[in-house]
Structures are given as C-alpha cells and as structure tokens.
Ligand binder design. Sequence first.
Ligand code: ACO
Ligand code: OAA
Length: 372
Amino acid sequence: MELKKGLEDIAIKETEITYIDGNLGRLYYRGYSIFDLAEFSNFEETAYLIWFGKLPNSRELKDLKEKLAEERNLPEYVVQFIKNVRKDANPMDVLRTAISMLGIEDESNKEELWEKAVKITSKIPTIISFFVRTRKNLDIIEPDSSLSHAENFLYMLKGEKPSNLESKVMDVSLLLHMDHEMNASTFACLVVASTLSDIYSSVVAGVSALKGPLHGGANSEALKQFMEIGNKDNVEEYIMKKLESGHRIMGFGHRIYKTYDPRAKILKEYAKMITKEKGLYNLYEVAEKVDEIGSRILGKKGIYPNVDFYAGLVFYSLGFEPDLFPTVFASSRIVGWTAHIMEYLKDNKLIRPKAIYKGEIGRKYIGIQERE
Ligand SMILES: CC(=O)SCCNC(=O)CCNC(=O)[C@H](O)C(C)(C)COP(=O)(O)OP(=O)(O)OC[C@H]1O[C@@H](n2cnc3c(N)ncnc32)[C@H](O)[C@@H]1OP(=O)(O)O
Ligand SMILES: O=C([O-])CC(=O)C(=O)O
C-alpha cells in the first residue's frame, strides 16, 4: 500500500462546486471565474451560487437576502455564553462553542440542510461581533436587517455604518474566502458528515481545522510578520534570517497553487486601497516588499503568496484585531463547508482511510510486577 502523507493528490469526491487550476492560478465557483465574481457579484449572490449551483434570479436573490437578514439574532443562551466567557478567550474557540450550542438547541428535523446552512451563516457575524464588543466592555449592537451581510457585520463590530469602500472591501473579501475545494477544514467537515452526524457537528470540525496556523490562522500570522518587520527597508534581512533558520514565510505556499493565488492578486489591490484610506499604507508597503522578495526566492520552488497573505492586512484595515481574522474567514467559508456537506451526502460513503502499520506484532504480555 502506498503512503500518501497529508492525503496529497488523493481525491475523495467528485464536485461541481469549485475548480482550481493550481498551475495557471485560476479559481472557479460553479464554473464562474473568481475574477468575474469579485468584480460583479456580492456575498449573497455568490452564496446562492455555491449552495444551489446557479446564479439566482431577482426573486431568488431577494428571498435569500431576506432569510439571511432574518436569522441574524442569537438565542439568549448563546448571548449569555458570549457575555460570560473569559475575555481573553481565543475567538475561534468562542465561535466553535457558540455553533455547538446552537446545534444542541436546534431540534428541528423539519428544516432542510440548506436552511440550517443559511441559519448558521447568518449568525456567525453576530457571534463574532457580540464577543468583540463584550470583551471591550462595549454594548452589543443588534443586527440591522436593512444592511447587507457584509455591511451588517462591520456595523455590529463598530457601531457605525461602513463607508462604500469598507462595504465593498468586506464583501469582496468574504466572497473570495467562500470555498476552496478539498482544503483541510472542508475535509474535516466531510469526515464528520460522512458518519451521518449532524450539520452543526460537521461545521464545528471545520472551525477547529481552520483555526490552525497552516490553514486559516495564517492570515493573522502574516500580519504579525509585517508588523514585526515594521519598515520596508528591513524586509530583505528579515526574510533571509527567517528562511536560513528554517522558518516559513506565513501567507506563502499552497498545496494546490504552484503560482500566485488568484485571490491574493485581487486582495492585493483592495489592500492597497483600504490601507491608504486607513493610514496603514506603511504596512502595505512592507507586505508588497515581502511579496516581491519572497516570490523571487521561493517562487523557484512554486511558493507564492496565498489568500492569507493580504487578507490579514485587509481585515485589520476594516477594524478586526488579528486574533479575529480566522473567524472572519470562517464567516465566509461556512458557505463552502455546508455546500460540500450537502453535495457529499447525496452520495455518502463513510470516510475511513488506512494507516500503514509499522509496529511489532505478537508481543508477549508481561505482568506489571515483572516490568522494568
Ligand atoms: C487558506 C490557506 O490555508 S492557505 C495556506 C495558509 N498557510 C500558510 O500560509 C502557512 C505557510 N505555508 C505552509 O506552511 C505551506 O506552504 C502549506 C502548509 C500551506 C502547504 O504546504 P505543503 O503542500 O504541505 O508543502 P510542505 O509543507 O511539505 O512544503 C514543501 C516545501 O516548501 C517549503 N515551504 C512551504 N511553504 C513555505 C513557506 N511559507 N515559507 C518557506 N518555505 C515553505 C517547505 O519548507 C518545504 O521545503 P523542503 O521541500 O525543502 O522541505
Ligand atoms: O485549499 C487549501 O488547501 C487552502 C486554501 O487556500 C483555502 O482553504 O482557502
């Protein structure tokens, strides 16, 4: 039996959701290029596309927008949990636990999976912003159903309606994070779903996997790196030291892309615009220099910036603190997780790979008194 570490190059399902061309640096949701979607679409429309396989007509889009807006409130027991949890808790742990609590109380087996998916998607920004406000001893801001998903998220976070640029940048950033084929967190969701467990348990597995610094946690690590460098003149020395000591450049490298991640290309433009407006352009300049020098050195091995590289800079400019970045990622990836769960369950097969045993067999059991 051949060992495939990290399940590299193993396909576990057929999909009609997302296609990645890792050599050309192309990404398609349901056949539509990410470049077109980022330019012309928005969070709600793209969520519809990913869940249902086609772009919605006006009535379908209106219905989904209304449903997403209606479901934003949290049950009181989740609000109480958020208010009482320790203020220095990792926001991904808070999100994971809150989703788990929603699952305990959701006994509705009349609802279809997509309805539960919409519900969880609507509530994630509320969970995150309530926690942010509570940990700063600020009043929580109730959701505003007249605002779009992206606008309302920023509104609940900061208590003021976002500018047009902030709304657009937030909306595009969420859209870009929505799905990415069989990444580690989506796979984690499917492992759980394939046992015929429930959708909340599956999503909790996704949040848990996304938290790690090799996956969704790399966005905050990338930003911390730019802050640590401080000035674009320090970049070359920093990178050389990092690589010589065997460390990785966070926000660089990808299992599938052997060229520039198209999402990073798009986010770079938005990072430039929003950092200028927010007085953070020096950080953008550092990032751009890391991008340039890092790509020159690591590009020979097919290692280039990934989505997390500029995402942290964008989220930070929008007012999210670094420890929140993976939760913002999750607030968008929930759409991909649930779409893949629904697709997988149409033709379910328990996920159960193999391990190649390397230990001894037939060892003689020795009583405890006789052991050294
Ligand atoms: C949304 C996302 O999840 S995007 C990914 C976010 N993660 C990061 O940005 C963390 C930094 N990047 C990485 O650790 C990796 O590139 C991963 C985990 C994303 C993918 O890596 P894998 O496909 O598993 O490749 P692996 O970790 O085996 O690395 C292959 C080689 O590239 C090198 N490499 C990979 N990424 C980097 C990096 N960011 N900086 C420096 N070297 C790197 C490794 O050291 C290794 O070198 P070697 O063959 O000389 O030992
Ligand atoms: O596809 C991957 O392995 C990681 C990634 O970029 C994502 O999940 O967005």
